[in-house]
Design a protein around this ligand. Structure first.
Ligand SMILES: O=C[C@H](O)[C@H](O)COP(=O)(O)O
Ligand SMILES: C=C(OP(=O)(O)O)C(=O)O
Length: 364
């Protein structure tokens, strides 16, 4: 535990009354540089990251006519199970690579509607102890292992500090439905080195995500930390590879052809590229994992019918289907989500095959 230092500018007698009244304690955080030194990115893995980002950008820009598929667990809570998933995904990604560019969802940060586990970086012990140093270490280690298999990785960025620790490993980024309106996240996206998907808001607003794409496309200046962990003023270049992710809403889905056409119209009016990634989970499946294959099937049908605006699909999938509650009184089922329900492995493989066939049909 770290004691909170006295501030010289406030008379000592007044400090206790005004400073950090609701901070229980502060704990030193490892610096990005120290973590990078401990878990370095080799030249060959850096090539995997760069190639992955370029491949994603090529699909987004229509240079590559394959479909981007971001597939994997809703959240990683057990690095061993996530790595086993990656080991299964790798040969399938290779086999279907004529039609699909597969990026593994390796999500460590969970935005909550109200309360709940906030992900492996925030709470790797799954017990509220909040050992963020361990969380960052575990996350970086796992990302390196997945890259070692040759798979590009996708992460949601939620906390504005954590990208300095892991973003060098990420091929595709997401800004979630709950933060897409936030200036902090739009500024952050403008400086991220990879393509970033902006989700529509939970209430269904797509124009908010379109605004986010515009905002993130230009340079910004904001405060953050540098690689040494020191406070810094960050001047970004702007990110031209941001794009829309349709994830449905509390009110219903938005993956149907009419909704996709409506989204294209909004993008066109905003002067942005008409490219859309469709999330088969969340509002589009009403969080029922058994609906994801149906949604993915309908997206595949649009692709097979020639729709070129749909450039990608997101799937939530894990080793074991469904979800489970985080209950300290019982052992967790291996390879099953503790956040949103996921498709199981066999279903996932079949869904991926169908999506590949859809791409082949679109070429036909
Ligand atoms: O993807 C995960 C969840 O949908 C997201 O974190 C919100 O979850 P919640 O509504 O259960 O908090
Ligand atoms: C939180 C997620 O999605 P959304 O922001 O669409 O709810 C997610 O993809 O993990």
């Amino acid at each position: 535990m770290h004691t909170i230092p006295q501030r010289q500018s406030i008379p000592q007698a007044s400090q206790a009354a005004v400073v950090d009244r609701r901070i229980e304690k502060t704990v030193p955080l490892v610096t990005p540089l120290a973590l990078h030194d401990e878990l370095p990115l080799s030249d060959s893995l850096a090539r995997t990251v760069v190639d992955g980002r370029q491949a994603v950008a090529d699909v987004l820009n229509g240079v590559d006519d394959r479909l981007l598929v971001v597939v994997g667990p809703c959240s990683v809570h057990d690095a061993k199970a996530a790595l086993e998933y990656a080991e299964r995904l790798r040969p399938v990604a290779e086999r279907l690579s004529d039609g699909l560019l597969v990026v593994m969802r390796v999500y460590f940060e969970k935005p909550r509607s109200t309360l709940g586990w906030k992900g492996l970086i925030n709470d790797p012990g799954l017990d509220g102890s909040g050992d963020v140093n361990r969380g960052l270490r575990t996350a970086r280690h796992l990302l390196l292992q997945v890259l070692e298999l040759g798979l590009p990785v996708g992460c949601e960025f939620l906390d504005p500090i954590t990208p300095q620790y892991i973003a060098d490993l990420v091929g595709w980024g997401a800004i979630g439905a709950r933060t897409v309106e936030s200036q902090v996240h739009r500024q952050l996206s403008s400086g991220l080195s990879m393509p970033v998907g902006m989700k529509n808001r939970p209430d269904g607003s797509i124009s908010t995500a379109v605004d986010a794409i515009k905002a993130a496309s230009v340079p910004h200046v904001f405060t953050g930390i540098d690689h040494d962990g020191a406070p810094a003023i960050l001047h970004t270049r702007g990110n031209p590879d941001c794009h829309l992710v349709l994830r449905g809403s509390d009110g219903g889905p938005n993956y149907d052809a009419e909704s996709v056409a409506g989204a294209q119209e909004l993008l066109r009016k905003a002067g942005l590229a008409e490219r859309v990634v469709v999330d088969s989970s969340h509002g589009n499946s009403r969080k029922d994992h058994r609906r994801q294959p149906v949604v993915a099937g309908e997206i595949g049908a649009q692709v097979a019918a020639g729709n070129r605006a749909v450039v990608g699909v997101m799937l939530e999938s894990f080793l074991t289907e469904g979800r489970q509650d985080l209950d300290p009184t019982r052992e967790l089922t291996y390879g099953q989500s503790i956040t949103d329900a996921c498709m199981g492995w066999e279903t996932t493989e079949a869904v991926l095959e169908n999506l590949r066939d859809a791409v082949v049909a679109r070429r036909g």
